[in-house]
Design a protein around this ligand. Sequence first.
Ligand SMILES: *[C@@H]1O[C@H](CO)[C@@H](O)[C@H](O)[C@H]1NC(C)=O
Ligand SMILES: *[C@@H]1O[C@H](CO)[C@@H](O)[C@H](O)[C@H]1NC(C)=O
Ligand SMILES: *[C@@H]1O[C@H](CO)[C@@H](O)[C@H](O)[C@H]1NC(C)=O
Length: 508
Amino acid sequence: MALHRRRDGGKRPIRFWRRRFALTIFSLSLLSLIYVSFFGVNFPFRGLHHAQVNQGTTTIEIVKRKWRYAHDHLATNIYNYGKVKDSHFVVDEGFHSSTTFPKLNLHYNNERKASHRRTDGDTPTMMSLNKNKWKSDLAKPSKSKSRKRHLPCEVDFKETIDDLVEPESYMNYTKFSLSYVTKEEKSDENFLFEPRFGGHQTLEEREASYFARNQTLHCGFVKGPDGYPSSGFDLNERDRAYMATCRVVVSSCIFGSSDFLRRPTSKMIGTFSKSNVCFVMFLDELTMKKLSSEGQVPDDQGNIGLWRIVLVKNLPYIDMRRTGKVPKFLSHRLFPSARYSIWLDSKLRLQTDPMVILEYFLWRKRSEYAISNHYDRHCVWEEVLQNKRLNKYSHIAIDEQFQFYQSDGLIKFNESDEDAPLPSYVPEGSFIVRAHTPMSNLFSCLWFNEVDRFTSRDQLSFAYTFLKLRRMNPGKQFALNMFKDCERRAIAKLFHHRVETSPSPPAF
Ligand SMILES: *[C@@H]1O[C@H](CO)[C@@H](O)[C@H](O)[C@H]1NC(C)=O
Ligand SMILES: *[C@@H]1O[C@H](CO)[C@@H](O)[C@H](O)[C@H]1NC(C)=O
Ligand SMILES: *[C@@H]1O[C@H](CO)[C@@H](O)[C@H](O)[C@H]1NC(C)=O
């Protein structure tokens, strides 16, 4: 808060800010050091979902709360929420069960459909991703890592969306019906019950949830019994109603004022998309306030530029990164009528038309889920080391997750294996394109549940989740298109997050 610019024009000498910044960093490091050496426990974020750290709580308070949590729950097995095992689930069938994948009404140019059917072989199914392309990519030695330039690559997008038509049945998707646990009741002996946004899934339920079949599973938005406080991610009715109308969605979020609001490059977005695609930006109250103070205020429709601003109250997790996974992974829950969704990290500015993106990443490749690989790392083992090296998360929690995954069959990525199930085991998840098919929705829920149960570092759980889903459903297709990081760079401009920039950034 000390970083607000002053009214007199902010002419304090640079040196002042530098010193101030250095001091802040130093105190923060010191505090974390004390905390880690003192408590040395898992960062038990999951017990703290109702704490509003984003409203000016100090580090000391967080430490205290963690300590209290660790104290209360020392005996809890983090893997298994056995305590609510006997409670019954109330399932809201109506919310979104997805046997159907109704046709998108792109009401234009149907007569030109035939000329745009692709018959070439460049269409990865679940296992036949175009390996040769990947090989040449992977073969390049990655030297001089520190200052390597990562450039966008040439992407053969459609020039215009005028002749774009959703293929009749481009995809032979696996059909089953998902419904979601929306409420958990408390059992009598379970007096410590606390509603959790992710619910209290047992390990047995987790195992069963991996089967691609009609089922009811945990997938966020789990409420407690009547009379209990909300488990979080509260939206107002007007926004909900709007979101329920969306068929194609581009969404993003900023929580904890961690970034600037980057509007999609308007001249690159076609008129069809401007009137038919929902562009939704989720913000928390802190970010909203910060943006307002910088003159970015939603208009009467609730928009800032193309973004429709949706305010999220009562964040479900104390960890902003984990909270960010809610809109990132659960777009099929937030937008129950949506057929397609595109996720953008707030560090990206969209500069490609969403319909062109769907055509290129999904329709042309006949895929139902598209995500890029990491520009540098392909093996989860490397990713674990890197996460620890940069202290991205408690080492103990990372090890716990990693060991669990190894004991459940996670193996190293083998670059020379021609039949590798994925071109890389480490994703760059800042840009995800999805058709809301049952398999795609199931994968999103499973991945979210891993992030809810273990660390919020989703790169650690991606390959495990995908491989386990595949292993448990032989013969059932999940068409995942893992594309190259340079293609991601072609559709969106990359910026640094706000926290990584200078303390007094220019407004724009
Ligand atoms: C669709 O998938 C089913 C089972 O996954 C398979 O038997 C069938 O041949 C596929 N059809 C086409 C046209 O690919
Ligand atoms: C799965 O659910 C769908 C629709 O809800 C139903 O038509 C189908 O018969 C169910 N399949 C099984 C195996 O129960
Ligand atoms: C990697 O794959 C190659 C080719 O399939 C195989 O010969 C080799 O044994 C594999 N390496 C490991 C460590 O599994």
